[in-house]
Design a protein around this ligand. Structure first.
Ligand code: ZN
Length: 185
């Protein structure tokens, strides 16, 4: 009797392990499918090619991980409604709705336009432990993210103006309208 109970017990364990493995596999496949859809296409250029398409300031920030002088950037004290795109590849990075004045001298955002549009890497340069933020499409350096931002995220994406290109909400609306008119003809 004991032996039969023990065998049944093992069967139940085996079934549970099998079921969980299946569940895990399905989750993984779904995640991979979603990731495939969401991941922006990568932009890959040589150093020489980047130099041709970027201004010296943009090249210094995006490709050489530079930092603009605090308070010197175009978008530090700039609060117009619109969106911020990567100056290297046009990837949509931040929305004006998440921008705030952190008083640090660089444009600050509480979150990216979409999580998968930026990547975060550990940065140990200059004897500090920081989290570097890069564009997920072209790998361009944007700035750093810190944990001293406002709620609800508590994050401060401290971004160089020269890594960004701004389009106002009006500009975006006009472009969408003209694209619609063209596609209707
Ligand atoms: Zn980019």
């Amino acid at each position: 009797m004991m032996k039969r109970n023990l065998i049944s017990f093992y069967w139940i364990i085996l079934m549970m392990v099998g079921f969980n493995a299946c569940k895990h596999e399905t989750q993984k496949t779904t995640e991979m499918k979603e990731r495939k859809i969401q991941l922006p296409e990568k932009v890959v250029k040589t150093d020489e090619e980047w130099k041709k398409v970027l201004t010296p300031e943009q090249y210094y920030i995006l490709r050489k991980k530079g930092t603009e002088r605090p308070g010197s950037g175009l978008y530090d004290q700039f609060f117009v409604e619109g969106k911020y795109y990567c100056a290297g590849c046009g990837n949509e990075l931040f929305d004006s709705g998440t921008k705030f004045d952190a008083g640090c001298g660089w444009p600050s955002f509480s979150e990216p336009a979409a999580k998968h549009n930026v990547e975060e890497h550990k940065d140990l340069s200059f004897g500090m432990v920081r989290t570097e933020v890069v564009c997920s499409k072209c790998g361009g350096h944007l700035g750093h993210v810190f944990n001293d931002g406002p709620p609800p995220t508590g994050l401060r994406y401290c971004i160089n103006s020269d890594a960004l290109v701004f389009k106002s909400a009006v500009q975006i609306r006009n472009e969408t309208d003209s694209a619609n008119i063209q596609s209707n003809h």
